[in-house]
Design a protein around this ligand. Structure first.
Ligand code: ADP
Ligand code: MG
Length: 286
């Protein structure tokens, strides 16, 4: 007698994970503070967020949180630690992947390692909604690399000619050499929405003049707020210790806006696509 068909255990349908890089041309414009508090704001809006700390020279998400990183993805690559052992569960419900390991290692991983990474992430990620990648400043290889593996990009800048010029240089490199088209612009340390719009206009005017087919979106803005340096000194995210500060309110608006936006670029493949691209030799960064 034939057995009645048994439904195979159903795998949860892969949930789209928004993978977003946070970059800037110039250093010190607030990427790490913004990434951290944006992650917390998204978490407060019921999203599960992982920060990939990819500023390889100056990884400091742990310092901003006052916690210590023991292991990095380097230990995973060497087979010494599982992903679970590396990822830090930080206060506020966010997770941090200390990634003191760069393009040289990550783009060189073998097919087997790639499969292991994807499987490990699959086991770990549960209900992950957002992966935010805090990159280094500038347009070095690592920055380009992480911007190529992330389908969405936030570019942080302040209202200073150097910051605007450097942000433009980053967008130009990504657009002309690497075919990235969509960027969210996030002015930081400005006085008002008006000033944020001015910064946005400055950068979109140049982009419109010299780059074809590039689309810039104002993601909101974060005002200059003494709560931010104060929180840095206290090694706690400003969103956590000063939830009522203007910077925290505005970062919540940015989080809401990101959630409401349809991801522009092909985010379809989500995390699997991201991890696949991580180990892609096709990414010729030069
Ligand atoms: N919105 C803000 N208001 C006031 N100060 C800020 C703001 N954003 C960043 N800062 C200051 O700028 C410094 C550099 O920020 P950080 O996040 O480390 O920049 P990056 O990661 O881009 O190098 C912080 O230590 C903080 O004191
Ligand atoms: Mg930083």
């Amino acid at each position: 007698m034939s057995k009645s068909p048994v439904n195979p255990p159903r795998k949860r349908p892969a949930k789209p994970v928004r993978v977003i890089s946070v970059s800037s041309g110039k250093g010190g414009v607030g990427k790490s503070n913004i990434t951290l508090s944006l992650a917390l704001a998204l978490t407060a809006l019921k999203k599960k967020v992982l920060i990939w700390d990819a500023d390889l020279g100056l990884a400091n998400t742990d310092v901003l949180l006052g916690i210590r990183t023991k292991y990095t993805i380097h230990n995973w690559l060497k087979g010494e630690k599982s992903l679970q052992e590396i990822i830090l569960e930080a206060p506020g419900g966010i997770s941090i992947l200390p990634a003191a390991s760069g393009i040289l290692e990550l783009s060189d991983i073998s097919q087997d390692e790639k499969a292991r990474l994807i499987a490990d992430f699959d086991d770990w990620k549960g209900e992950l909604d957002f992966l935010l990648i805090d990159t280094a400043a500038g347009i070095g290889q690592n920055v380009i690399f992480f911007n190529l593996v992330a389908p969405e990009h936030i570019v942080v800048l302040s209202n200073e000619p150097t910051s605007i010029t450097d942000a433009y240089a980053l967008i130009k490199a990504l657009a002309t050499k690497y075919h990235q088209k969509d960027f969210y612009i996030l002015p930081n340390m400005v006085k008002s929405l008006q000033e944020a719009k001015l910064v946005f206009k400055l950068i979109s005017d140049v982009a419109g003049q010299y780059l074809t087919d590039v689309s810039l979106d104002l993601a909101g803005y974060v005002p200059y707020d003494s709560a931010v340096p104060d929180a840095v000194r206290r090694q706690s995210p400003f969103f956590t210790i000063y939830p009522q500060a203007e910077a925290s309110r505005k970062i919540t608006e940015v989080a809401r806006r990101l959630i409401s936006l349809e991801p522009k670029a092909a985010s379809e493949g989500g995390l699997a696509l991201f991890l696949n691209r991580l180990g892609s030799n096709a990414l010729a960064v030069n």
